[in-house]
Design a protein around this ligand. Structure first.
Ligand code: FES
Length: 96
């Protein structure tokens, strides 16, 4: 199972789906969420099936999330920042 790096203090606070978490700095949003046990990050707009981060290197787009109000963010490519507000993307992300 996915585990956060050992012996790293959890000093960053993020909010995911209205719940706050303390996570270690220097990791991606996808890694932080998986470390907290959240594997389902979005649903397919075609089939409605749940999707989880797969490649962790910006190729598959299965990790798309809404981060700080911006849809279609590749969570495997973005490091956690203090105060991030993250939501699952359950429908097609529309650009503002
Ligand atoms: S996990 Fe594949 S693009 Fe993010």
């Amino acid at each position: 199972m996915f585990q956060p790096p050992p012996n790293v203090a959890k000093t960053i606070q993020i909010t995911f789906e209205e719940q706050t978490y303390q996570v270690a700095p220097g990791q991606t949003v996808a890694a932080a969420l998986m470390g907290e046990g959240h594997l389902m990050l979005r649903k397919s707009v075609v089939s409605g099936e749940t999707r989880a981060a797969f490649c962790m290197m910006g190729i598959c787009f299965d990790c798309l999330l809404e981060i700080d109000g911006q849809p279609n963010q590749q969570s495997c490519m973005i490091q956690v920042r203090e105060g991030m507000n993250i939501q699952r993307q359950l429908k097609k992300g529309e650009c503002a």
